[in-house]
Design a protein around this ligand. Structure first.
Ligand SMILES: N[C@@H](CCC(=O)N[C@@H](CS)C(=O)NCC(=O)O)C(=O)O
Length: 193
Protein backbone atom coordinates (compact mmCIF):
# COMPACT_ATOMS: atom_id res chain seq x y z
CA UNK A 1 0.00 0.00 0.00
CA UNK A 2 1.15 3.55 -0.67
CA UNK A 3 0.02 6.49 1.46
CA UNK A 4 0.06 10.05 0.16
CA UNK A 5 0.41 12.30 3.20
CA UNK A 6 1.30 15.75 4.37
CA UNK A 7 3.01 16.20 7.76
CA UNK A 8 0.50 16.87 10.54
CA UNK A 9 -2.51 16.83 8.18
CA UNK A 10 -5.48 14.49 8.63
CA UNK A 11 -3.47 11.84 6.74
CA UNK A 12 -1.52 11.44 10.01
CA UNK A 13 -4.46 9.33 11.27
CA UNK A 14 -4.01 6.85 8.41
CA UNK A 15 -0.24 6.90 8.81
CA UNK A 16 -0.57 5.96 12.51
CA UNK A 17 -3.01 3.18 11.57
CA UNK A 18 -0.58 1.68 9.04
CA UNK A 19 2.12 1.47 11.71
CA UNK A 20 -0.26 0.34 14.44
CA UNK A 21 -1.66 -2.44 12.28
CA UNK A 22 1.79 -3.37 10.98
CA UNK A 23 0.77 -3.08 7.34
CA UNK A 24 3.54 -3.04 4.79
CA UNK A 25 3.47 0.32 3.05
CA UNK A 26 5.42 3.18 1.57
CA UNK A 27 4.72 6.87 2.00
CA UNK A 28 4.85 9.78 -0.41
CA UNK A 29 4.94 13.31 0.98
CA UNK A 30 2.71 15.85 -0.74
CA UNK A 31 3.20 19.61 -0.67
CA UNK A 32 -0.42 20.74 -0.32
CA UNK A 33 0.40 24.35 -1.18
CA UNK A 34 1.84 23.39 -4.57
CA UNK A 35 -0.09 20.11 -4.93
CA UNK A 36 3.14 18.37 -5.83
CA UNK A 37 4.60 15.12 -4.54
CA UNK A 38 8.09 15.03 -3.09
CA UNK A 39 9.35 13.59 -6.37
CA UNK A 40 7.90 16.53 -8.29
CA UNK A 41 4.71 14.99 -9.72
CA UNK A 42 1.50 16.98 -10.05
CA UNK A 43 -0.63 15.54 -7.25
CA UNK A 44 -3.85 16.24 -9.19
CA UNK A 45 -2.66 13.80 -11.85
CA UNK A 46 -2.52 11.11 -9.14
CA UNK A 47 -5.63 12.12 -7.22
CA UNK A 48 -8.03 14.53 -8.97
CA UNK A 49 -9.39 15.53 -5.54
CA UNK A 50 -5.99 16.99 -4.70
CA UNK A 51 -6.15 16.26 -1.00
CA UNK A 52 -4.71 13.78 1.46
CA UNK A 53 -5.11 11.09 2.63
CA UNK A 54 -5.04 9.01 -0.52
CA UNK A 55 -3.88 5.42 -0.62
CA UNK A 56 -2.83 3.33 -3.59
CA UNK A 57 -4.09 -0.22 -3.13
CA UNK A 58 -3.60 -3.38 -5.19
CA UNK A 59 -7.26 -4.31 -5.19
CA UNK A 60 -9.04 -1.05 -5.93
CA UNK A 61 -6.43 1.41 -7.08
CA UNK A 62 -6.58 4.84 -5.46
CA UNK A 63 -8.83 5.29 -2.44
CA UNK A 64 -9.56 8.67 -0.88
CA UNK A 65 -11.72 10.22 1.87
CA UNK A 66 -10.81 9.69 5.50
CA UNK A 67 -13.77 7.45 6.42
CA UNK A 68 -13.05 5.03 3.56
CA UNK A 69 -9.27 5.10 3.95
CA UNK A 70 -9.39 4.61 7.72
CA UNK A 71 -11.94 1.78 7.52
CA UNK A 72 -9.92 0.12 4.73
CA UNK A 73 -6.70 0.21 6.75
CA UNK A 74 -8.50 -1.02 9.87
CA UNK A 75 -9.92 -3.95 7.90
CA UNK A 76 -6.51 -4.82 6.47
CA UNK A 77 -5.00 -4.84 9.95
CA UNK A 78 -5.49 -7.17 12.83
CA UNK A 79 -7.02 -4.80 15.31
CA UNK A 80 -10.23 -3.57 13.68
CA UNK A 81 -13.14 -3.91 16.08
CA UNK A 82 -15.76 -6.44 15.15
CA UNK A 83 -19.42 -6.88 16.02
CA UNK A 84 -21.36 -3.80 17.01
CA UNK A 85 -18.16 -1.90 17.91
CA UNK A 86 -17.50 -1.54 14.20
CA UNK A 87 -20.56 0.67 13.87
CA UNK A 88 -19.56 2.71 16.92
CA UNK A 89 -16.16 3.21 15.30
CA UNK A 90 -17.80 4.39 12.06
CA UNK A 91 -20.11 6.66 14.05
CA UNK A 92 -17.08 8.36 15.63
CA UNK A 93 -15.29 8.66 12.28
CA UNK A 94 -18.41 10.36 10.90
CA UNK A 95 -18.60 12.71 13.88
CA UNK A 96 -14.93 13.63 13.75
CA UNK A 97 -15.00 14.09 9.96
CA UNK A 98 -18.09 16.23 9.62
CA UNK A 99 -18.53 17.94 12.97
CA UNK A 100 -14.89 18.50 13.90
CA UNK A 101 -12.56 18.24 10.89
CA UNK A 102 -15.10 20.10 8.72
CA UNK A 103 -15.31 22.81 11.42
CA UNK A 104 -11.64 23.69 10.87
CA UNK A 105 -12.39 24.84 7.30
CA UNK A 106 -12.50 28.59 8.06
CA UNK A 107 -9.32 28.28 10.15
CA UNK A 108 -7.22 26.38 7.63
CA UNK A 109 -8.71 28.00 4.59
CA UNK A 110 -8.47 31.60 5.76
CA UNK A 111 -11.64 33.57 6.38
CA UNK A 112 -12.92 36.76 8.01
CA UNK A 113 -12.05 37.30 11.68
CA UNK A 114 -15.73 36.93 12.59
CA UNK A 115 -16.08 33.60 10.87
CA UNK A 116 -12.84 32.34 12.37
CA UNK A 117 -13.96 33.33 15.88
CA UNK A 118 -17.30 31.63 15.30
CA UNK A 119 -15.58 28.48 14.00
CA UNK A 120 -13.37 28.38 17.12
CA UNK A 121 -16.38 28.65 19.45
CA UNK A 122 -18.26 25.98 17.52
CA UNK A 123 -15.27 23.66 17.65
CA UNK A 124 -14.88 24.18 21.41
CA UNK A 125 -18.55 23.21 21.74
CA UNK A 126 -18.09 20.09 19.59
CA UNK A 127 -15.08 19.05 21.69
CA UNK A 128 -17.12 19.51 24.89
CA UNK A 129 -19.77 17.28 23.35
CA UNK A 130 -17.17 14.70 22.28
CA UNK A 131 -15.85 14.58 25.87
CA UNK A 132 -19.40 13.94 27.11
CA UNK A 133 -19.92 11.20 24.53
CA UNK A 134 -16.74 9.47 25.73
CA UNK A 135 -18.29 9.13 29.18
CA UNK A 136 -15.78 7.35 31.43
CA UNK A 137 -13.81 5.58 28.69
CA UNK A 138 -10.14 6.04 27.89
CA UNK A 139 -10.79 5.34 24.19
CA UNK A 140 -13.67 6.08 21.85
CA UNK A 141 -14.71 2.47 21.31
CA UNK A 142 -13.94 -0.54 23.49
CA UNK A 143 -10.76 -1.01 25.49
CA UNK A 144 -8.12 0.24 23.07
CA UNK A 145 -7.44 2.75 20.32
CA UNK A 146 -9.03 2.35 16.88
CA UNK A 147 -8.62 4.40 13.71
CA UNK A 148 -11.36 6.69 15.04
CA UNK A 149 -9.05 7.60 17.94
CA UNK A 150 -6.27 8.38 15.47
CA UNK A 151 -8.57 10.80 13.67
CA UNK A 152 -9.83 12.62 16.77
CA UNK A 153 -6.27 12.76 18.11
CA UNK A 154 -4.97 14.46 14.97
CA UNK A 155 -7.62 17.18 15.23
CA UNK A 156 -6.61 17.71 18.86
CA UNK A 157 -3.11 18.54 17.67
CA UNK A 158 -4.63 21.31 15.53
CA UNK A 159 -6.66 22.70 18.44
CA UNK A 160 -3.67 24.30 20.17
CA UNK A 161 -2.41 25.83 16.97
CA UNK A 162 -5.66 27.82 16.68
CA UNK A 163 -6.18 28.40 20.42
CA UNK A 164 -9.31 26.28 20.71
CA UNK A 165 -10.39 25.62 24.25
CA UNK A 166 -10.35 21.91 25.11
CA UNK A 167 -11.97 20.09 28.01
CA UNK A 168 -9.46 18.64 30.49
CA UNK A 169 -10.60 15.16 29.56
CA UNK A 170 -9.59 15.64 25.94
CA UNK A 171 -6.21 17.09 26.93
CA UNK A 172 -5.61 13.91 28.95
CA UNK A 173 -6.86 11.82 26.04
CA UNK A 174 -4.44 13.60 23.68
CA UNK A 175 -1.60 12.88 26.11
CA UNK A 176 -2.66 9.23 26.31
CA UNK A 177 -2.46 9.02 22.51
CA UNK A 178 0.95 10.70 22.51
CA UNK A 179 2.23 7.82 24.60
CA UNK A 180 1.29 5.20 22.01
CA UNK A 181 4.35 3.72 20.31
CA UNK A 182 2.83 4.04 16.83
CA UNK A 183 2.00 7.69 17.45
CA UNK A 184 5.51 8.51 18.70
CA UNK A 185 7.05 6.76 15.73
CA UNK A 186 4.88 8.41 13.09
CA UNK A 187 5.16 11.87 14.63
CA UNK A 188 8.95 11.54 14.54
CA UNK A 189 8.72 10.23 10.98
CA UNK A 190 6.60 13.21 9.84
CA UNK A 191 8.97 15.60 11.64
CA UNK A 192 6.38 16.78 14.18
CA UNK A 193 7.60 18.01 17.55
N1 LIG B 1 -13.01 15.10 2.27
C1 LIG B 1 -11.64 14.80 2.53
C2 LIG B 1 -10.94 16.03 3.07
C3 LIG B 1 -9.49 15.76 3.35
C4 LIG B 1 -8.76 17.04 3.71
O1 LIG B 1 -9.36 18.04 4.14
N2 LIG B 1 -7.44 17.03 3.54
C5 LIG B 1 -6.65 18.21 3.76
C6 LIG B 1 -5.57 17.95 4.80
S1 LIG B 1 -6.24 17.64 6.42
C7 LIG B 1 -5.97 18.56 2.46
O2 LIG B 1 -5.35 17.73 1.83
N3 LIG B 1 -6.09 19.85 2.04
C8 LIG B 1 -5.45 20.34 0.85
C9 LIG B 1 -6.40 20.63 -0.27
O3 LIG B 1 -7.64 20.43 -0.09
O4 LIG B 1 -5.95 21.08 -1.29
C10 LIG B 1 -11.51 13.63 3.49
O5 LIG B 1 -12.34 13.48 4.39
O6 LIG B 1 -10.56 12.84 3.34
Amino acid sequence: MKLYFSPGACSLASHIALIDEEIEHETVKVDLGEHKTEDGKDFYSISPRGYVPAIETDELGLLTENPAVLAYIADKGNAAPGGTDRYKMLEWIGFVGTEIHGGYGPLFGGDTDDRRAKAKNQLAEKYRFAAELMEGGDWLVGDGPTVADNYLFVTLLWADKFGIELPEKLKEYRQRNMQREAVKRVMADEGLG
